[in-house]
Every structure is written in C-alpha cells, then in structure tokens.
Design a protein around this ligand. Structure first.
Ligand SMILES: [Ca+2]
Ligand SMILES: [Ca+2]
Ligand SMILES: [Ca+2]
Ligand SMILES: [Ca+2]
Length: 397
C-alpha cells in the first residue's frame, strides 16, 4: 500500500511537471491558458497547444532541450512585450514545434511570434501584430525577449483572414538583447522568417519550403545575421512561391526612419526548380549590407527564359541608397538553374518617376561590381544541420 502510494505520487509529478498550483498546463501536458507566470517545459517531454497562447505579464516560458510541441489548427505562441521565451535546444536535442493530429502541410497551424520593444518605423512608433492584437515596437534598442537556440518550426504560417497571416517565425520589433541561434523553419505557408522592424541579430538561420517569401523584412529592421540559408521547395509550390528575400523599408512611407538596413553575411538562396520569382526584391526604400551571397535559380523560368528578374530594385529611395553607397554588396555569385542567366530590373514604385537610364546603369554597375566567383554563401555545417532536422522528415508528427 505504501509502495503504491509512492508510485502514484511520482507518476503524477511526471505527467504534470510544473507546479500543480498553477493551471497553465493540464494533466495531459496541454498548455491550456496564457503563460502569465514563469513556466518550464521539461526536457524530452511532449506538450500540446490547441489555441493561441500568449506569454504575458512579464512572465518567462522556458523550454528545455528535446521538447516537442504539437500544435492544433488554431494554435500559435506569442511572446508579448516585456515577457520572455527561452528555448534551450541543443544539437541533436532540438526543440521541435510541429502539427498535432491534423495533416502535416504548410499552414497547418500558426507559428511563433515575438513582440519586442525595439524601434519600428511606423507612425507613433508602435503597431499591432497581425496575430493576437498585441502591441510591438518602442524605444529600447537592446530590448531582451529571451533566447531561442536550436529550435525547429514545421508546417506553420496559417492564414487567419485575407489580411492576416502567420509566418513560420515572426519577429516584431525584437531588440538586440535577444539571442537567436540555429533556428530552422520547414514548409511554412507565407514566409519562413519575417522581421517587422527591430534590432535583433541572429546566427545560423535555415529555411526550407515557404509558400511566399523565404525571408521578408519591413518597418526598419537594422539587425545583423551571420550564416543564413533558404531554399524553395517546389513540392509545395502552389504557384505563388515568391522571393528569396522581399525587403521593404516601409510600404507606405519609403523614407521612414529608422531605415531598414540589416547586415547579412554568408547568405545562400536556392530555388532549384525556378518556382520563385525574384532572388532579391529590394524596395519601398530599404537599404542593406550583404556580404558573401550565393543565389541559385529564381526567375520563374518559362520556356527556358526567366520571366522575373533575379535581382529587382524598386523605388527611387532604394535606388538612391545604392547610388550614394548607403547600401553595399560584396562577393555575390549567381548560379543559374535551367540555363537562366543573371538578370536585373530596376524600376520605380507606384506613383514615382521612372528610374532614369543613369540610375538603371548605376544599379546594374553596383551588383556587377559585387560579382565574385569566390563567394561561398552559407556554411555547409548550417545546411547539413538544417536538412537533418527539418527536411525529409518521416517523423512529421
Ligand atoms: Ca508574411
Ligand atoms: Ca511576404
Ligand atoms: Ca511576397
Ligand atoms: Ca513583405
């Protein structure tokens, strides 16, 4: 009898490893309400989310290595301003977010959204997230939303309505005090990674399969990323695979400050089957510093000819940042898929004057001068890691 009681107590602890006084995680390891006090998900366990969960009230959600989180159709995880997430995966013991019982396909659940207090360039300095009606943006450059290390996000990015869509990972005004390293996104609907302003830096980002853009930024993102690899997956092509990078400063104010100007080093963008449109779409006033870039494919090839430009610069402001050397590119290599050749287009946006011949020549000359056959792009170690944790996964569920 005493032994039986001992077992009972132990097994109860195992199935509900958080403080039994809080009601955030039920006995089935389902997170059933917002995380409004510090919670830890225990190493190696599987948890479930079936609704939108916010980390709120300045609480922290810590996820230990080897945790799997299975997400129902209505599920997403949003870290509000002032709260923190600590994803503590490690090599071989990644933290994996995937679907629960529904079909494993792009957009089968929401995604991760982090809302920080770093600057964004919209009027008033704050905005409301597309998802969850939570505010982001502020004046804290080194704002700290926690750390995300060795995390994998599969099948996220569902569409909420015609205007609102999740991405695999959405970084809203996230500050430079936040650490991002070894994050993989697999078969997301919409974008794999999207930055809405902020100052956050990252290392080792991997994306495979996204139905819109692979990487997307707007609203004045100024962080740096070292080692970044993205590949379109034609197996999920819905005819809408878009850009390798789609970069804006601000779509309704091309001159807004702070200026979108991320520094990206060791970048590879791959589109082996030419299902994507532009490799680089640089528009709405964005600036950029790109170093060691390899672009393979893109251009939506039809009948052997590219119907889209591999590099497309739009708006007089984005062209101007190239002309006055606010933007830079070093070591760019283009590898044609299906016999296409590197093509550029330069144009002004809606309502603007046409780019002049001199501007067109300046932009072509800028990228031409950056061409360097010794470019290597993302390191092989990142590609190997990403493909091992996030591609060809027989264990999708
Ligand atoms: Ca998006
Ligand atoms: Ca996009
Ligand atoms: Ca797009
Ligand atoms: Ca965009």
């Amino acid at each position: 009898m005493i032994i039986a009681l001992g077992f009972s107590s132990c097994s109860s602890d195992d199935s509900n490893p958080v403080d039994p006084t809080n009601e955030i995680i039920n006995d089935n390891n389902e997170i059933v309400k917002d995380v409004d006090q510090d919670v830890t998900l225990m190493a190696g366990e599987t948890y479930f989310i079936n609704r939108g969960i916010h980390v709120t009230e300045d609480a922290s959600l810590t996820i230990e290595e080897g945790v799997t989180i299975k997400n129902g159709e209505s599920s997403y995880l949003l870290v509000e301003q002032g709260s923190k997430i600590f994803i503590k995966g490690s090599a071989g013991k990644e933290v994996v977010f995937t679907v629960n019982t529904q079909e494993a396909k792009p957009g089968a659940w929401g995604g991760l959204i982090v809302n920080g207090q770093a600057p964004i360039n919209v009027d008033g300095g704050t905005a409301t997230a597309e998802v969850g009606d939570a505010i982001y943006g502020g004046q804290i450059n080194d704002d700290n939303s926690g750390s995300i290390e060795y995390a994998v996000f599969k099948y996220g990015g569902n569409q909420i309505n015609s205007e609102k869509e999740h991405n695999g990972v959405t970084l809203n005004g996230v500050g430079s005090g936040t650490k991002l390293d070894h994050i993989a996104v697999y078969n997301a609907s919409d974008d794999a990674f999207e930055w809405f302003g902020g100052t956050v830096n990252a290392t080792n980002l991997f994306a495979y399969g996204s139905q819109d853009d692979i990487f997307d930024w707007t609203y004045g993102w100024t962080g740096s990323v070292e080692n970044i690899y993205g590949e379109h997956n034609s197996a999920i092509n819905n005819g809408e695979n878009d850009r390798g990078i789609e970069a804006d400063n601000n779509g309704s104010n091309f001159q807004a400050l702070p200026l979108s100007k991320p520094m990206i080093t060791n970048l590879t963008l791959v589109d082996k089957d030419n299902v994507g449109s532009n490799g680089l779409k640089l528009r709405a006033g964005t600036a950029f510093d790109l170093t060691n870039v390899v672009i393979e494919g893109f251009g939506k090839v039809a009948d052997g000819a590219a119907t889209k430009s591999i590099i497309d610069v739009e708006t007089l402001e984005s062209i101007g940042h190239i002309e006055d050397a606010t933007s830079s590119i070093e070591k760019l290599k283009y590898m044609a898929a299906n016999g296409t050749e590197l093509t550029y287009s330069v144009k002004a946006g809606s309502g603007q004057e046409d780019a002049t011949d001199a501007q067109i020549e300046a932009v072509k000359g800028f990228f031409g001068a950056g061409l360097d056959a010794s470019a290597t792009g993302a390191p092989q170690a990142l590609v190997t890691w990403g493909k091992s944790v996030a591609v060809g996964d027989s264990d999708a569920k």
